[in-house]
Design a protein around this ligand. Structure first.
Ligand code: GTP
Ligand code: MG
Length: 387
């Protein structure tokens, strides 16, 4: 959806991008909002911007409270290979899921909204640990009726992935549709992006546009003009896949954040078959993987760790010493990682003095294949780097 912003409003965004402190961000965002003309075409952007503003204000409040030494922390430090936040309606079973899937000592309760602070726990998938965070519930579809609304959304924004928990014994369509819509209004999109557009501001060098794929209905000059509207004179725009000019604008504004996600339908033990079917239909339409489970009885819980790992698009690489010793703990990298990424992860000097590598495993044509630094690795590969 295009933002329909006039250049005067776009020109204000640069201050938001350059703001360092929360206070600066809030002031700059307020200025941006007041410069946006209010009409149908800017409705979505305004909704997103005002939500972002209230979230920043809540973050500032929390920071102040913590400074004076009072008040609990909402932010959860990342641990393990990735952090997944569980979102859902009250009493959908998030806390019981956390208790069953992780080492966290938490207790479920029949009283809705009983979790008022995020609770982390570590879940094992084979030889990696993933962090699950049980977030205070959101009453999706009922408007922002809870004081932690912005902070729970903030948790999801910071996480590497989202697990949307749906109660199969209640109206599945209503829960899912309202959650997806509300998250979208907050700039959080479930599932895989069609294109990756990243934008990095630089201090010199003009505008560089790198397209690995295709710009739809736009030329690199249109991108350049858009950036100039935003008063951006230096930076690198990388486009991987098929992207439109709106995707580029979303990368600048940061108002479309695709999160790797899965949808978990819980309480299979008391749900009707029709609920499971509705879950499947909606999830397939969204293009998001789903699973029906029972946290209480244990149905399908053993399938969740693998599903989470796969949705995050991570791969495990085992480094091998020339002596033959293979590391027991994997390096966890993003799908698409190359031998060079492994070298960098070990040590920068390894990357600089790289000669060649030998690989074993799924991406090797034969065991011990000799490859260059650009070789793309797969989950489970063993890599020996020669520098
Ligand atoms: N039958 C059944 N009940 C479940 C299941 N999972 C959770 N429950 C029950 O549902 C109630 C709510 O579970 P919680 O895990 O506390 O739900 P929550 O999503 O954390 O809810 P709040 O944090 O309170 O908003 C509790 O009484 C649980 O025992 C399930 O798979 N089947
Ligand atoms: Mg709970």
């Amino acid at each position: 959806m295009p933002t329909n912003l006039p250049p005067e409003a776009r020109a204000k965004w640069i201050k938001v991008m350059e703001a360092r402190t929360l206070e600066e961000k809030i002031a700059a965002l307020e200025e941006f909002i007041s410069a946006v003309p209010k009409h149908k075409g800017t409705e979505n952007l305004m909704l997103w911007a005002t939500r972002r503003l209230s979230q920043l204000k809540e973050e500032l409040e929390e920071k102040k409270r913590r400074k004076v030494g009072s008040g609990p922390r909402f932010f959860v430090e990342k641990e393990g290979s990735a952090q997944l936040v569980m979102l859902g309606w009250p009493s959908s079973g998030k806390t019981l899921l956390l208790a069953k899937l992780t080492n966290a000592k938490v207790e479920a309760s029949p009283i809705p909204f009983s979790t008022t602070l995020p609770q982390p726990g570590m879940m094992k998938f084979e030889d990696v640990l993933l962090q699950l965070v049980d977030a205070p519930s959101l009453p999706f579809g009922l408007g922002e009726k809870v004081s932690w609304y912005g902070r729970t959304i903030g948790l999801a924004r910071n996480a590497d992935g989202v697990i949307l928990v749906v109660d199969l014994s209640r109206d599945v369509d209503k829960q899912l549709t309202s959650a997806v819509q509300e998250l979208e209004e907050n700039g959080i999109l479930l599932g895989k992006r069609k294109a990756v557009v990243s934008f990095t501001k630089t201090s010199a060098g003009g505008i560089n546009i790198v397209v690995v794929g295709r710009l739809i209905n736009a030329t690199p000059d249109d991108v350049r003009k858009l950036l100039l509207d935003y008063r951006i004179h230096h930076g690198i725009v990388r486009i991987i896949g098929e992207a439109s000019i709106d995707d580029v604008e979303a990368a600048i504004l940061g108002n479309r954040d695709y999160k790797p996600s899965i949808i978990v339908g819980n309480k299979l033990d008391i749900a009707g078959q029709d609920s499971v079917e509705v879950l499947g239909q909606l999830a397939r339409k969204l293009g998001v993987p789903y699973l029906a489970v029972s946290a209480l009885r244990g149905d399908n819980l053993s399938l969740l760790p693998k599903m989470c790992f796969e949705s995050l698009e991570l791969i495990r690489i085992y480094t091998k010493q020339p002596s033959g010793e293979v590391a027991r703990k994997p390096l966890v990298l993003r799908k698409g990682a190359t031998v060079l990424d492994v070298a960098k992860a070990i040590h920068s000097s390894f990357a600089e003095n790289f000669k060649y590598a030998r690989i074993w495993g799924p991406s090797a044509k034969y065991p011990g294949e000799r490859v260059g630094k650009d070789h793309v690795l797969e989950d489970g590969d063993v890599v020996e780097i020669r520098a």
